[in-house]
Design a protein. Structure first.
Length: 88
């Protein structure tokens, strides 16, 4: 996946809408994740934290949680929107 749009801070909804191809679908996904309230407009506390991150920061956060490792051990790949651990 090559997604170079909406990668900055404050672009959580727009980026996901671009990735899934439908704003309503993106809103439903974010509501299911607990990042948006039921009105579809108001971010939850967790949603505000995610929205304050760039796409790269979110990818690193996902990877560090998944691997239970500190975030500084990861590098973001803009082409795949993923983060990989630095080789030791």
């Amino acid at each position: 996946m090559t997604t170079q749009k909406f990668t900055g801070r404050g672009q959580l909804i727009n980026r996901l809408a671009f990735q899934v191809g439908d704003r309503a679908k993106a809103i439903a996904i974010l509501q299911d994740r607990g990042h948006l309230k039921s009105d579809g407009k108001t971010l939850t506390e967790e949603g505000m934290k995610r929205n304050a991150m760039t796409a790269g920061e979110r990818a690193i956060d996902r990877a560090s949680k998944k691997m239970n490792a500190p975030s500084w051990e990861f590098m973001y790949n803009t082409e795949t929107n993923t983060a990989k651990r630095y080789k030791k």
